[in-house]
Design a protein around this ligand. Structure first.
Ligand SMILES: Nc1ncnc2c1ncn2[C@@H]1O[C@H](COP(=O)(O)OP(=O)(O)O)[C@@H](O)[C@H]1O
Ligand SMILES: [Mg+2]
Length: 382
C-alpha cells in the first residue's frame, strides 16, 4: 500500500506564502471539505463574465444576451469531516457540477475547494496536474448513478481495479476487495460479471469498489437514484451501516428529500446554481428558508426528522416513564411511550445524566405539519 500520507508532493509550493493558509491559519478539524465562494460559468469566455455576475448580472441575461450558462454562483459549504453531506436539488440545479469540482473534473471559474490535511488547507483548484492525479487516486473515490462497471471484468476484478492502478500487489488488493464485496452483501458473486447481476447488486459492486480504494473522501452522484424504491432503501441502510464503521467524508447527491433526510448529517439545497438553504435535516424541516423549500418539506414525515433534544422540556424534573436518548427521533419516542402507556419520557444522555422530559402531547403536536391557511395560501391539494 502507498506508504506516504498525502501530501508528500512538492513542499516548495506549499511553504510559500499561500494566500489561503495565510488568510485562515486555523484549520477547523470538523470540516472535511470547504467550498468557498465557488463560481462556474460555462461558455467560451467565462472569465469575462465573472465580475458582472458577482455584481449581480442575472442568469437569464448571461444566457440570453451573452450566451453563457451560470452553473454555480457563490457556493460556500463546509462539509463535515467524517460525516455525510447531502446536496439536494431538482434536475439542472447544479448538483453534478458542484460535486465534480471536488475532484476537479470541472475547473472552477472562481473560488476554492479546500481540503484540510495535516493542519493545512489544500486548494484542489490550485493543484498541479501531478498533485491532482495523486489527490484523485488516494484521497477520493466516486460512486456513479450508472454504476460504470467494466463489463468484461468480474465483480472481484472490478472491485480491485483502483488498487491495481495504484500498483498494490495482487494478494493484498484481492483481500481488500473480497472484504468489501462481503461487506456489501455480495459474497459468492466474486466471479460473476456485471450483466449477470441486478441493478441493486451492480451498485453494491460500485460501492465495494469505491470502499476498496480506502480514500477518505467518497463522492456519490445520485448513486441510488436509478434503483427501485425498496432496493434503494436497502442501499441507504448498507451505506449508513458501513459509514458507522468507516466514518468517511461522504458527499451524497440526490434529488429525493426522504433520501436526503435519512442520510444527511448536513444538507445543502441548490436551486439554479445557488445554495438556497443549508443545515441539518431537522433545521430545514422546521425552518424552511422560503416557499420553495417549504413546498419540498411540507409532506415529510416530521416524526423521523425531529429529535427529542429539540422538543424536550430542558431541566424538568424526572417523570415516571421510559428513558430516551436526546438524539432519538420523536416517532421512536412516541412508539416507546405508547408501548409503555406513559404520558412522558425522561431525556437522558449517554452518560446517564437527566436532561429533561418529553411529553407525548408535544410529540403529537410536532408531528403534524403546520397548515399554511393562516397565510391565505392555497390548500395543499390532493
Ligand atoms: N458543460 C456544460 N456546458 C454548458 N452548460 C452546462 C454544462 N454542464 C452543465 N451545464 C448546465 O449547468 C446546469 C447544472 O447542471 P448539472 O450540474 O448537471 O445539474 P444537476 O446535476 O443538478 O441535474 C444546467 O443548467 C446544465 O445545463
Ligand atoms: Mg446531475
Amino acid at each position: 500500500m502507498a506508504e506516504a500520507v498525502w501530501p508528500a508532493g512538492p513542499q516548495a509550493q506549499s511553504t510559500q506564502a499561500h494566500p489561503l493558509t495565510e488568510a485562515r491559519p486555523r484549520v477547523d478539524a470538523s470540516v472535511g471539505i470547504s467550498i468557498r465562494r465557488l463560481y462556474k460559468i460555462f461558455g467560451p469566455t467565462p472569465g469575462k463574465f465573472l465580475e458582472p455576475v458577482q455584481q449581480g448580472m442575472s442568469k437569464q441575461e448571461l444566457r440570453d444576451v451573452h450566451g453563457h450558462v451560470l452553473g454555480l454562483s457563490n457556493i460556500s459549504i463546509d462539509m463535515p469531516a467524517g460525516g455525510i453531506q447531502v446536496v439536494m436539488g431538482l434536475s439542472g440545479s447544479g448538483k453534478s457540477t458542484l460535486i465534480r469540482h471536488i475532484n476537479r473534473l470541472i475547473d472552477p471559474t472562481a473560488g476554492e475547494v479546500l481540503i484540510p490535511v495535516d493542519g493545512r488547507e489544500l486548494d484542489v483548484a490550485k493543484m498541479s496536474p501531478r498533485e491532482l492525479l495523486r489527490f484523485r487516486r488516494e484521497q477520493t473515490a466516486m460512486v456513479f448513478q450508472k454504476f460504470a462497471l467494466f463489463p468484461h471484468l468480474t465483480v472481484l476484478e472490478n472491485t480491485e481495479y483502483g488498487l491495481q492502478v495504484q500498483g498494490v500487489p495482487g494478494r493484498k488488493r484481492r483481500e481488500a476487495a473480497a472484504r468489501w464485496i462481503e461487506r456489501v452483501g455480495l459474497k459468492g458473486y466474486e466471479d460473476s460479471y456485471p450483466n449477470q447481476l441486478s441493478g441493486g447488486m451492480q451498485q453494491r459492486v460500485g460501492l465495494a469498489r469505491a470502499l476498496t480504494n480506502d480514500a477518505p473522501i467518497l463522492l456519490m452522484d445520485e448513486a441510488f437514484s436509478a434503483l427501485d424504491p425498496l432496493i434503494r432503501a436497502d442501499m441507504q441502510s448498507v451505506l449508513l451501516d458501513i459509514q458507522q464503521e468507516i466514518g468517511k467524508t461522504i458527499v451524497f447527491i440526490t434529488h429525493d428529500l426522504d433520501e436526503a433526510l435519512r442520510l444527511g448529517d448536513r444538507i445543502a439545497i441548490l436551486r439554479d446554481g445557488e445554495v438556497v438553504q443549508q443545515g441539518t435535516g431537522q433545521q430545514i424541516v422546521l425552518k424552511p428558508a422560503d416557499d420553495y423549500i417549504e413546498s419540498f418539506v411540507r409532506d415529510v414525515n416530521r416524526g423521523r426528522v425531529i429529535r427529542c433534544r429539540t422538543l424536550m422540556q430542558g431541566g424538568a424534573a424526572p417523570v415516571q416513564g421510559p428513558a430516551v436518548d436526546p438524539s432519538l427521533v420523536i416517532e421512536e419516542a412516541a412508539r416507546l411511550l405508547s408501548a409503555e402507556s406513559c404520558e412522558a419520557a425522561n431525556v437522558v444522555n449517554s452518560k446517564g445524566r437527566h436532561l429533561g422530559t418529553i411529553a407525548m402531547a408535544d410529540i403529537i403536536g410536532a408531528m403534524v405539519p403546520p397548515r399554511p391557511e393562516a397565510q391565505g395560501a392555497p390548500a395543499a391539494g390532493t
